[in-house]
Design a protein around this ligand. Sequence first.
Ligand code: HEC
Length: 272
Amino acid sequence: MRTEAGRGRGGFLAAALLAAAAAHGARAAEGASGGAEATAGFGADWQSWHAANDVSDMASVQRGARNFVSYCLGCHSLKYERWSRLAQDLGVPPRLLEQDLLPPGDKPAQYILTSMPAADSQAWFGKTPPDLSLMARARGQDYLYQFLRTFYVDPASQTGANNLRLPATAMPHVLSELEGLKRAVYRQAAGSAPARQVTHQQVFDHFEQIAPGRLSAAEYDGFVRDTVNFLDYVSEPTQTARRALGVWVVLFLLVFTWLAWLVKREYWKDVH
Ligand code: HEC
């Protein structure tokens, strides 16, 4: 899949995203009043969700790369990774790289940079979307997984969406087309106020799906896991090689220890 954002077309992409968000808002309202799509609540345990990703699963990392190019590159860069490195590590042949991943006009030797100018994103979102090269190491895989799975509809927010992992985030729910829309349901909980005052606060209880997306819940989960897997790979491209090498290093040390022990035995045999 080729990203819609060519160089200098970031404005178009952002406008399209905002339009999509508005359309979703309208559909959400329909879903809520119709109530037909409402399903059982879920997500009460979101803080214990794990990415459980596996960077050695190359097919998953490849799908994650495709997801990133299609859904994230419009706003986020991976400024420490080159296209050619990505193709080499992921086993993507040059023809496929050119055809499916590389934005028009980019060369394989270039870094993976978004076409969205930082000044524009600052104006549109109030924040420049951060570079994601090292995000998996900075925040952890579970954080990313929870972040991408806990967007919910919030009419009070400027983007129409809010997030449990990063409350009041400036990032729109760019995957709502895939995931559909969900609403956060709160419950009253007694607060721990001092001196006999009883206070009540709103505590997140569960999510309620109010509009379906293109993917089923299980498919969306796989989509997010692949994306996190890819970001995990990007945050340390050599980690699979490092682990594989580690086994040989330990084996070498074991053999070497055995040899050293043989030498020691030889040296000391006359003394004992
Ligand atoms: C329409 C632009 C846009 C797109 C597309 C987009 N993001 Fe973002 N993203 C943002 C903005 C803006 C922020 C800054 C949010 C903040 O700090 O409140 C952000 C922040 C983030 C963060 C950092 C969260 C943190 O804790 O600081 C992560 C991780 C992230 N995005 C992942 C993704 C992934 C993965 C995708 C693709 C599936 C994606 N984003 C697509 C705009 C976007």
